[in-house]
Design a protein around this ligand. Structure first.
Ligand code: NAD
Length: 357
């Protein structure tokens, strides 16, 4: 005997395959621009959210993290890893999945792949920071680190900020060739570069997304000219940074959630009281962003739970009425809430139950 459908609460599940179909259905640039809007709207109501630094479990080779938050109506969390060595083993550096729930009942409303969604939201997040912090006349971006995140970063900056002149650099030329081929025909002017210096020459925006579980110096202070905006997103856990501290010292630093960024971001190199501005305050107008055309602005992006929450809610809204999800039999929900045992007994395994004496 099978269970009555009413005894299970079905949870929409978006698989990798369906996420890709949803992205094609919406259009990737529209998806990225929409997501940037969702993130901005959630950042503008930042004080409402329940916030905590993510919970990381570190090993010698990487980290596995849980990233929870709630706005009082919905609760979301993401499971995500970061393993720089994975790429050499043919695996992703970052993989993720997440859940969105109804705070009123505690029941999950969505279970989703988030490896692709994280790349989309990270691109959208850099674009939001760039829209608020880069010079308005910015036209060229240097993309340093041409791995899994890079194309999403470039497309988001184009969709949200209109920047379509891209200069690529990676220590591995094969990564640059891959990125260039993937972006072909998508409306960019692309210049592959042999050194980071060449890549950032004339760039108004520099996005750094390299992966190494170490304190790296991808950019040194003398490489960065006045007026540039930097998105440093690759340094996102303790002991993992990308910029020389002199750049951090000279720049105006903007962050997501300071208690998390001080542990994980570029500012982990600085004293604990190093001045930072929270990006949400620039978005809601209570703090200043860029104040001059010569200032160096730095978005020290580590990735915060609210961005994933925005992304999960966006996907939840977008899949309604589409074929881009399946119902997952995830929650046991007996008609009589106290009769969980009876539901199991009715499920057909009675032959194996002990007979009464
Ligand atoms: P990936 O492994 O696919 O790509 C990383 C690229 O960096 C590789 O192509 C590698 O050759 C290149 N690289 C390494 N050292 C370099 C150097 N010194 N100079 C130039 N290039 C160099 O990783 P990914 O998925 O693209 O992620 C990149 C980084 O971004 C990771 O550290 C990841 O943890 C981080 N990340 C951050 C966020 C966030 O929200 N801030 C989100 C996702 C990923």
């Amino acid at each position: 005997m099978t269970l009555k459908a009413s005894e299970r609460a079905m949870v929409p599940f978006v698989s990798v395959d369906n996420m890709m179909r949803l992205v094609h259905h919406i259009g990737i640039e529209t998806f990225l621009a929409d997501l940037a809007g969702e993130i901005e709207r959630d950042f503008a109501r930042w004080p409402l959210f329940d916030k905590t630094p993510r919970v990381g479990s570190h090993s010698d080779v990487g980290v596995i993290e849980l990233m929870p938050t709630s706005d009082g109506q919905h609760y979301g969390f993401k499971y995500v890893n970061g393993h720089p060595k994975n790429m050499k083993e043919g695996l992703q550096t970052v993989t993720a999945f997440g859940v969105l729930s109804d705070v009123d009942t505690g029941y999950p409303m969505l279970f989703s792949e988030m490896t692709i969604l994280t790349a989309l939201r990270t691109g959208a997040m850099s674009a939001v920071a760039t829209r608020h912090l880069a010079r308005k006349d910015a036209r060229t971006m240097a993309m340093i680190g041409n791995g899994a995140q890079s194309e999403f970063q470039c497309l988001a900056i184009k969709a949200v900020c209109g920047i379509d002149d891209i200069r690529l650099y990676d220590i591995d030329p094969a990564a640059t060739r891959k990125c260039m081929a993937n972006l072909e025909g998508l409306g960019f002017t692309i210049t592959p570069c042999a050194t980071p210096e060449e890549a950032i020459e004339g760039a108004d925006v520099i996005t750094v997304a390299t992966a190494d579980k170490d304190m790296q110096t991808i950019l040194t202070d003398n490489m960065v000219g006045g007026g540039v905006h930097i998105n440093a997103i690759g340094g996102d856990c303790p002991g993992k940074t990308e910029l020389h501290r002199d750049i951090v010292a000279r720049a105006s630093v903007f962050v997501e959630y300071p208690p998390q960024t001080r542990i994980e971001g570029e500012i982990q190199q600085m004293p604990e009281d190093h001045p930072v501005t929270e990006l949400w305050q620039v978005i809601d107008g209570t703090a200043k962003g860029r104040t001059s055309a010569t200032e160096v602005t730095l978005f020290d992006g580590v990735g915060f739970a609210i961005e994933d929450f925005s992304a999960l809610r966006y996907v939840h809204d977008k899949i309604a009425g589409t074929p881009f999800y399946i119902d997952l039999d995830l929650i046991a929900d007996p008609d009589d809430p106290r009769d969980l045992f009876g539901m199991v007994r009715r499920s057909g395994a009675s032959a194996s139950w002990p007979k009464s004496a």
